[in-house]
Ligand binder design. Structure first.
Ligand code: GLU
Length: 465
């Protein structure tokens, strides 16, 4: 058979795609994206998605990394139909090596080992030296003259097959129809096709995916500090956001649609729309997609989301005596700002949470707004005190009903603020309530705390002056 033929698989054959990570590092966005594309493709054609742990490199493979891969795929909801471990196929690899040698397609060669002047044995593949042409769904026909590869090594010994041999034998035995993997494997493909032909394996359909790049346009890899997917789990990201976002790295639906459920991805995904050029991993875009799913869940199941949210805060917050009575409104308030749930932890660390539950402490000078905000008006601590006394009176006179939303609080208090000095009054009121230079606006805070607590905090501020 001539390897220029695109693939010798029949059209009616069931799709079997695989994800074949080596457990030599945690699963990061680069290799996760490969898993997503393989999975989507297999499921689109009601085929099988196989996980093959390529653990033949004993020195670098670990059980922990394998567990990390499994945990990631399970959290991200990419269930595999079958799992194989390459190390379990060593006997089969040996059988193939023996056969190749017997047929004269491979041979044992004595190599010089430089340091000790010793000779070691390796098994080399007898290169037929020809032009291999294969069809890649992403890149079209690719031709390669294998002559320059010489007789390449396929095993260190009968018990130690190397990557190329193991991949080809396993793909054959597992009935893989589609090899969907990173484009860094393109240069391996001609060798693998030669081995495949030598063992009588059908040539699978190849799809080499463009690389996922870091924002600085360098390759995203475990060595370059790409975050493990399990870190996103720890930070409380939504798995739906990750599959949605990652599917859009290197593939585009050809429409403006941005949000896709997993089922929609399965039906829309198409290898023909995978681009050739590499794509950036854009953390900001991921955050905005994550926020979309976060808000959706909050709308659909507020109780459940609230539970999850506060499980990320410390007991200082969740055991606070005001926590239970305020948690619902505070949740609503912080949800306006969060992109991912674990961000609440950051808010707590930067002191942006405690004031919701207890009287904040701050220096009296903070109650004075900036020069810019004063717009030429001379505002002193004494003036601020007058503002606070005034706003307190207004609040005390407000009907309880008005506290239910920030808009009605605003409509009531704004005319008063305007009658004195809008910037000066609102700034001082906000600081009295939150103690923070950056916090929600005073109307939101007043509606959140209600009359009694708002008045208490305003009085506290006046006592500082
Ligand atoms: N184990 C290889 C890797 O992690 C993948 C091999 C393949 O997909 O053919 O890069």
């Amino acid at each position: 058979m001539n390897s220029a033929q695109q693939s010798n698989l029949s059209n009616t054959q069931k799709v079997v795609a695989r994800f074949a990570p080596s457990p030599t590092g945690t699963l990061h966005a680069g290799n996760y994206r490969t898993a997503v594309f393989s999975y989507l493709y297999a499921k689109k054609y009601s085929g099988e998605f196989i996980l093959r742990i390529e653990d033949t490199d004993k020195a670098r493979s670990t059980k922990e990394y394998e567990e990390n891969i499994m945990e990631s795929l399970s959290w991200l909801d990419l269930p595999f139909d079958t799992i194989y471990r390459q190390s379990e196929n060593v006997e089969r690899h040996k059988e193939v090596l023996v056969k190749l040698i017997a047929e004269g397609k491979a041979y044992i060669s004595k190599e010089e080992v430089r340091e000790e002047g010793q000779r070691a044995e390796v098994i080399r593949f007898k290169n037929p030296n020809k032009v291999v042409t294969f069809f890649d769904v992403v890149r079209g026909n690719i031709s390669f003259d294998t002559t320059e590869l010489k007789d390449f090594v396929i095993a260190r010994s009968l018990e130690e097959p190397l990557f190329h041999l193991a991949v080809v034998v396993d793909d054959f035995d597992e009935g893989i129809t589609h090899v969907i993997r990173g484009e860094d494997h393109i240069s391996n493909t001609p060798r693998q096709i030669l081995i495949g032909e030598a063992i009588g394996a059908p040539i699978p359909i190849y799809a080499h995916l463009p690389l996922v790049l870091a924002p600085d346009r360098t390759k995203l890899s475990k060595r370059k500090g790409a975050r493990p997917m399990t870190d996103y789990k720890k930070d409380g990201y939504e798995p739906e956001a990750l599959i949605n976002y990652m599917a859009l790295i290197g593939w585009n639906p050809g429409t403006e649609q941005e949000f896709f459920t997993k089922d929609e991805l399965i039906s829309e995904f198409n290898l023909a729309r995978v681009q050739k050029s590499s794509a950036n991993f854009d953390e900001v875009k991921l955050l905005s997609i994550n926020r979309h799913y976060l808000l959706k869940k909050y709308l659909e199941k507020p109780e459940e989301l609230m539970e999850r949210l506060w499980s990320f805060a410390s007991a200082d917050i969740t055991k606070h005596s005001n926590f239970e009575s305020r948690k619902e409104v505070v949740t609503k308030n912080v949800m306006e700002r969060l992109s991912y749930i674990g961000e609440i932890k950051k808010m707590e660390e930067t002191g942006e949470l405690a004031f919701y539950f207890e009287q904040p402490s701050y220096m009296a000078e903070l109650l004075l707004c900036s020069e810019k905000m004063r717009k030429g008006v001379n505002i002193t601590l004494q003036t601020v005190k007058e503002y606070l006394v005034g706003i307190q009176k207004e609040i005390e006179g407000m009907d309880d009903k008005l506290f239910t939303n920030a808009e009605s609080v605003k409509a009531t208090l704004m005319p008063f603020a305007d009658s004195l000095h809008r910037g000066g009054v609102l700034w001082a009121t906000r600081i009295a309530l939150s103690g923070k230079e950056k916090s929600p606006d005073p109307f939101t805070l007043i509606s959140l705390f209600g009359k009694e607590e708002s008045v208490k905090r305003l009085q506290h501020a006046q006592n500082l002056l």
